[in-house]
Write a protein that binds this ligand. Structure first.
Ligand SMILES: C[S@@+](CC[C@H](N)C(=O)[O-])C[C@H]1O[C@@H](n2cnc3c(N)ncnc32)[C@H](O)[C@@H]1O
Length: 213
């Protein structure tokens, strides 16, 4: 079911066949501005807000639900967010195929699917192999930011981060100025955050940095 009629996502959808290999951000955006990536971008609320707030950076959102990826890409087009693109695809595969080493200033993961059942924990995005990949993609000084409402997933995130030495855990600093109408308790201003604030949930945030700025 489409979220909006007559979507025109093509202009803002970044498509790359697997055989294209690692991509050139400067060719895609036409500049050498720092590039940031959001994994699980949903309807694109965060990518759009941060692209508007920080026009001197470029943004890529990856989303594997086609209707959301297309809705988000259409939204970027409607708002003339020339410094942002959406990818429709599975994030762990796409980043391995296409993101060059040391090419990202930040990776954002907000309210990732928590996979609460123990037998599904292996499906959680934040795993040791994922952190290796984040370390590969980040430039020195680049940051990974994670926010979740799920206490058990947060404990898992902390344990996976504390079990590696590539990235250094650092205080979580807000990546984007929040909109004036953002509800109290907002951290990053995503759709799920807004929904969970209305439900009275509390949030957990953690960040990690690649050393060597
Ligand atoms: C709980 S939603 C959060 C969406 C958004 N970050 C927010 O806070 O509103 C998680 C999103 O991640 C997407 N997602 C989950 N696993 C993914 C993957 N491996 N690759 C790309 N997208 C993924 C889901 O389709 C969903 O839209």
């Amino acid at each position: 079911m489409a979220l909006r009629a007559n979507l025109q996502p093509d202009q803002m959808l970044l498509r790359a066949p697997d055989e294209a290999g690692k991509l050139s951000w400067s060719e895609i955006f036409g500049n050498d501005h720092p590039v940031e990536l959001e994994i699980g971008a949903g309807k694109g609320t965060f990518v759009l807000a941060i692209a508007q707030a920080k026009p001197e950076h470029n943004y890529i959102g990856i989303e594997w639900a086609k209707q959301y990826a297309e809705f988000a890409a259409d939204r970027l087009r409607r708002h003339h967010a020339a410094n942002a693109r959406m990818v429709y695809g599975e994030a762990t595969w796409w980043i391995r195929c296409h993101v060059p080493d040391a090419s990202l200033a930040a990776v954002h993961v907000y309210f990732p699917d928590p996979w609460p059942k123990a037998r599904h924990h292996k499906r959680r995005l934040v795993q040791p192999a994922f952190l290796k990949e984040v370390h590969r993609m980040l430039m020195p000084g680049g940051k990974l930011r994670l926010v979740t409402d799920h206490a058990d997933y947060f404990t898992h995130m902390e344990s996976v981060l504390n079990g590696q030495t590539d990235l250094r855990v650092v205080p979580f600093d807000s990546p984007v100025p929040l909109k004036a109408d953002a509800p109290a308790g907002s951290i990053v201003g995503t759709n799920f955050e807004r929904k969970y604030i209305a439900e009275g949930r509390t949030f957990h945030a953690i960040a990690a940095q690649k050393p060597g700025e």
